[in-house]
Design a protein around this ligand. Structure first.
Ligand code: NAD
Length: 367
């Protein structure tokens, strides 16, 4: 491998600012290994609506198809909020891009450095060493996509709406595999979250997960939890988990709860892996910060670039198999934060630096 070919989709708001910072850091991290970045930039979200009339133009999809991974910023903002819901940047870009590349597995690290425990709404004595867990969410099935999905008028004139929750054994098994592989690289424990006391899909989910782990990953410590209990346990004692894995809607809610207990969105990365492999035999994936476009600080040069850089580290790890460089990047971010160089969102009222200074400090620590 000589070049890393990936699509760069900065999007709106702080997206372009933190993306520029990330590309600088990536160059510095990969050059010593003789690697070159082969990037093509394309519009997505609001800027794509302005320039091409659609949040996910065909030209952008073409750039993504020709690449081995997608590094994504974030999309949306007040300018496009008056559009009909189906045309708004998030809905019109994120759902179709997940569909176009069959991105079925969403991996979100719930990582809070111990130096940043004050950023969490949890009591510091509850999380003295910070938080280190991972949430794996099934992304292309369940109630968000099941058919029928419609609003009808009944014979008596009353309106009703219907969503359908559907899962097949193969859909459950492929996400179980992602959870198992993730747990093996960490603490070796998986907690599968469902609602098997009420939902048929959850009964199948639990049966399938038990059989799959017994046959393929007997060494993993597997446990099960109902989703309502999982929501409570996450705030009571998040570190009791290693890898949480669950279906689409439960994962949507639990992963956002996890983001909140981990403090600033400026530190939260994510990966969405696809069904197909890239030219190097690694999963094709889309890598993006968990937060949005932060319109309140966009253009001010104060956005925290760490979430975008940590997302790029995930890209190196999952789509290019470059674990060592990913480790180095993560360590450089940790070292920077530990040394007290921080953007406003994680400075807790103390002196803070801008995006550029934070980026320079991270590059310096790549050494
Ligand atoms: P947001 O995540 O953009 O911002 C929430 C808060 O977190 C703000 O105070 C913001 O300043 C802060 N924040 C987020 N990222 C930060 C960073 N890197 N550095 C410092 N502070 C950071 O959420 P919102 O305000 O609800 O949404 C704003 C826009 O983003 C909306 O248009 C929404 O639709 C869109 N959005 C997009 C995505 C996506 O592209 N995946 C996700 C969520 C929201």
């Amino acid at each position: 491998m000589k070049t890393l070919k990936f699509a760069v989709l900065p999007g709106d708001g702080i997206g372009p600012e933190v993306m520029d910072a990330t590309l600088e850091v990536l160059k510095a991290a990969t050059a010593p290994a003789g690697l070159e970045l082969d990037t093509t930039q394309a519009d997505v979200g609001g800027i794509a609506i302005d320039n091409h009339g659609s949040a996910l133009p065909e030209s952008t999809l073409e750039v993504c198809r020709a690449a081995d991974a997608i590094l994504f910023g974030s999309v949306g903002g007040p300018k496009w909020e008056t559009l009909p819901p189906a045309e708004q940047p998030e809905r019109a870009a994120l759902l179709p891009i997940r569909k176009a590349f069959s991105l079925f597995a969403n991996i979100r690290p719930g990582l809070l450095f111990k130096e940043l425990v004050d950023a969490s709404p949890l009591r510091p004595d509850n999380i003295p060493n910070g938080i280190d867990i991972v949430c794996i969410r099934e992304l292309t099935g369940g109630i968000y996509f099941g058919q029928p999905k419609e609003t009808r008028t009944l014979d008596n004139g009353e309106k009703m709406a219907l969503d359908t929750m559907v899962y097949t054994v193969s859909e459950i098994e492929r996400i179980a595999e992602v959870a198992a592989v993730t747990a093996k690289a960490r603490g070796g424990r998986v907690c599968s979250v469902d609602k098997a006391n009420v939902l048929q899909t959850s009964v199948l989910w639990r049966e399938t997960v038990i059989a799959y782990f017994k046959k393929n990953h007997p060494e993993i410590e597997l446990s099960h939890m109902y989703v309502d209990n999982a929501a409570q346990q996450l705030v009571r004692d998040p570190n009791q988990f290693d890898v949480i894995f669950t279906e689409n809607m439960f994962g949507d809610i639990l992963s956002d709860e996890m983001a909140i207990i981990c403090g600033s969105l400026g530190m939260m990365s994510s990966a969405s892996l696809g069904l197909t492999n890239n030219q190097y035999g690694f999963p094709y994936g889309l890598y993006e910060p968990a937060g949005g476009t932060a319109p309140d600080i966009a253009g001010k040069g104060v956005a925290n670039p760490c979430a975008q850089i940590l997302s790029a580290a995930m890209m190196l790890r999952y789509s290019f198999g470059l674990d060592e460089i990913a480790d180095k990047l993560e360590a450089a971010i940790r070292g920077t934060v530990e040394s007290g160089i921080r953007t406003g969102d994680i400075a807790f009222g103390k002196k803070s630096v801008g995006t550029q200074e934070m980026t320079a400090a991270i590059i310096e620590r790549l050494g």
